[in-house]
Design a protein around this ligand. Structure first.
Ligand code: ADP
Length: 657
């Protein structure tokens, strides 16, 4: 058998030579031409078995050469070489009957495979030509389908990879028109609020009128596609005027569906040509419609996510809060404009750099290191501009990312707070002077001569009332001070000794009421990170209440113990108890139970002070009580850890008071 003859047409001498060598090595006879025009002449004169032709050539390009040959009645299988693959070219190649097309750079095996495929198809075609007509037709149809499917798959792959919604829509309409050979096409999406279809992309339709078009789903033919979820095909015979403001001769409408729900309609139509669409066009359009629906959903989701991210970015960027985020290695992941300005971060390439290199403010750096090691979020205050500005900082652990500090400017609140403290102090002072006078003169009256029993009783009443007011003023002042001490000077405190000391100061009061005190305070040291003075006050208030609200000859239990993480303090009495309905309110300022108010002196501020102190030490307090049986208050405070709390230098000086 004589060797098969292949014509290679390429304007590049190097590529011509390369392909020639490849083919000769594979034992083909090879002819070459440097231009499309020369190739055309050679092909007509020598009728090669196959042509390998470059797409882009000066003068006549490869496809045009192939088309010219076909028009002249030659059906030589042709392989097209292209520099870039595009589905447009693929569609055009498919329509002009190109056997195959290869994208450069081409490998030997790829070229030889394509050559072999094209030749064997060609030879089988030759054989088929001798086959009966109906078999031949069926075969041709099959081959056409195969090529169409390959093209559709390419379209699908490229469309579903797109993320820009408008680009997706344009490409879908373009492909629908190209594949069906229609004159024009359009894609409409549903507006769920108004139940109208509105135009999103068109091909060969006047953009301006088309884009303003809105069609009610309810009463339109296009809407019918949405309602039924079935494609619609119109032929010239039906001579319809679709509600699109122009006459059409034939059209196909395909529903676009996502998870069974129609989201729009893809359509192609002919207005001039008399070509009708058949079931095959519907099939191909339906396939494109399926790709389109997925691609539209992808692009929409991507668009939504991007928009959400942009909004979040803008919020975080423009917020007045100061935000800094670091990763688990203390490298800066984020620092917004507000924080950068306030903390003088001038470097622009701060992302990924160690926190201490980016931020020099010691309080901010300290905040990250302290809380990071304690392992929980906490509030703290940071001062700026030499104390002029105060920020309230909160550190939060973000699982899998790192830690974030968010700070708000609370300078105005601090100023208000200072004003309030000064006001309370002034009022307290101004009230104390006249009260001292009242007390003094009452004593003088008592000493100034014999008083009647009733006069004596009245005088005592005055003295007792003045003492009540003085207690109230003292406690109010205390509470206001504690509440303004946001960052109390914290130090390691031996809580066992603090509790002992508070108990000691109240032994006399207990003895007066013949109470028995049972203590269970672990010997040794239990360290708490806090203010010794405030902790002692907290213990004294709880023990004092137990003594006060227990009728004579009761028992008061005071216990202190600890575990790895916490120190516990418990005061239990056998007193009047607190009714369940009062229990949630006893820590409120000025709250007193009816029974306490009737029978016992008090201000209703003692437990508010206790709660403030516990809160400032990051502790917890709770109570259990039963009326006429007794009350138990339990406080839980985090332990001091010398190796954790970095601000302790040298030996911890366990504080007593
Ligand atoms: P005060 O004792 O000055 O009234 P507190 O704030 O210390 O104010 O307590 C608030 C209220 O809680 C008291 O008035 C009382 O009704 C109740 N309470 C506190 N401790 C006890 C206790 N140990 N037993 C019974 N009631 C108590």
């Amino acid at each position: 058998m004589s060797r098969e003859r292949i014509l290679v047409v390429d304007d590049s001498a190097d590529i011509r030579e390369l392909i020639r060598t490849m083919l000769i090595t594979a034992e083909y006879d090879v002819l070459t031409a440097a231009t499309g025009a020369d190739g055309l002449v050679l092909a007509q004169d020598l009728s090669p078995d196959l042509i390998v032709v470059d797409y882009r050539m000066p003068g006549m390009d490869g496809l045009t050469m192939h088309e010219a040959l076909s028009q002249a009645g030659y059906s030589i299988p042709t392989i097209l070489l292209t520099g870039e693959g595009s589905e447009k070219l693929a569609i055009r190649a498919m329509r002009t009957g190109i056997a195959d097309y290869l994208v450069k750079p081409i490998e030997i095996s790829e070229l030889l495979d394509a050559v072999q495929r094209a030749l064997s198809r060609y030879w089988s075609m030759q054989i088929k030509e001798r086959l009966p007509n109906h078999l031949l037709e069926a075969n041709l149809k099959l081959e056409k389908r195969f090529r169409e499917m390959a093209t559709l798959l390419k379209i699908g792959a490229s469309v579903t990879a797109m993320l820009d919604l408008q680009q997706v829509l344009n490409r879908v309409v373009e492909s629908a028109v190209d594949v069906t050979g229609a004159e024009s096409g359009s894609l409409m999406l549903i507006d769920r609020r108004t139940d109208e279809l509105y135009m999103r992309a068109v091909r060969n339709v006047d953009q301006r009128t088309a884009m303003t078009l809105r069609i009610k789903v309810e009463d339109s033919l296009i809407g019918q596609v949405m309602r039924t979820g079935e494609p619609l095909v119109f032929s010239e015979r039906e001579a319809i005027k679709i509600k699109t403001a122009y006459f059409i001769k034939s059209a196909v409408y395909i529903p676009l569906r996502i998870q069974g729900k129609a989201i729009g309609v893809l359509s192609v139509d002919n207005r001039v040509k008399s070509r009708e669409f058949d079931s095959h066009d519907v099939q191909m359009l339906s396939l494109i419609g399926n790709f389109a629906a997925v691609a539209i959903e992808n692009a929409r989701l991507y668009g939504d996510t991007t928009q959400e991210r942009d909004t979040l970015d803008a919020i975080i960027r423009d917020t007045d809060d100061y935000i800094i985020v670091v990763d688990s290695e203390d490298r800066v992941l984020f620092c917004n404009q507000t924080a950068r300005e306030a903390l003088n971060v001038t470097a622009t390439d701060f992302i990924g750099r160690p926190l201490t290199e980016v931020i020099s403010h010691p309080e901010v750096v300290d905040l990250f290191s302290k809380t990071a090691r304690i392992g929980r979020g906490r509030h703290s205050e940071v001062t700026l501009d030499g104390g002029e500005r105060t920020l309230n900082a909160q550190l939060t652990i973000i699982e899998g990312i790192g830690r974030a500090v968010v700070m708000q400017d609370i300078s105005h609140l601090k100023r208000l707070d200072r004003a309030k403290t000064e006001f309370v102090a002034t009022v307290a002072h101004d009230l104390r002077s006249p009260l001292t006078a009242v007390l003094g003169y009452t004593e003088l009256i008592q000493r100034s001569g014999p008083l009647t029993d009733q006069q004596n009783k009245f005088a005592e009443q005055i003295v007792s009332s003045v003492h009540s007011i003085t207690d109230l003023i003292t406690e109010l002042l205390e509470l206001s001070r504690i509440e303004s001490e946001f960052n109390v000077d914290l130090e390691p405190v031996n809580f066992c000794r603090t509790a002992e000391s508070a108990l000691l100061s109240l032994e006399h009061a207990a003895a007066v009421k013949h109470h028995q005190i049972k203590r269970e305070i672990v010997p040794g040291t239990l360290l708490v990170h806090g203010s010794g003075m405030r902790l002692r006050q907290m213990c004294a208030n709880l023990i004092g209440n137990a003594i006060k609200y227990t009728p004579n000859s009761g028992t008061i239990f005071v216990s202190v113990w600890g575990d790895e993480n916490f120190v516990f303090f418990r005061v239990k009495d056998t007193g009047i108890g607190i009714a369940v309905e009062d229990q949630p309110f006893v820590f409120d300022k000025f709250y007193r139970t009816e029974r306490a108010a009737a029978d016992y002196d008090g201000t209703g501020l003692g437990l508010s002070i206790v709660k403030s102190v516990v809160d400032q030490h990051d502790g917890r307090i709770w109570l259990e009580s039963k009326e006429d049986e007794g009350t138990t208050f339990t406080v839980m405070l985090p332990c001091f850890r010398p190796n954790v709390q970095s601000e302790v230098s040298g030996e911890p000086t366990a504080q007593q008071e």
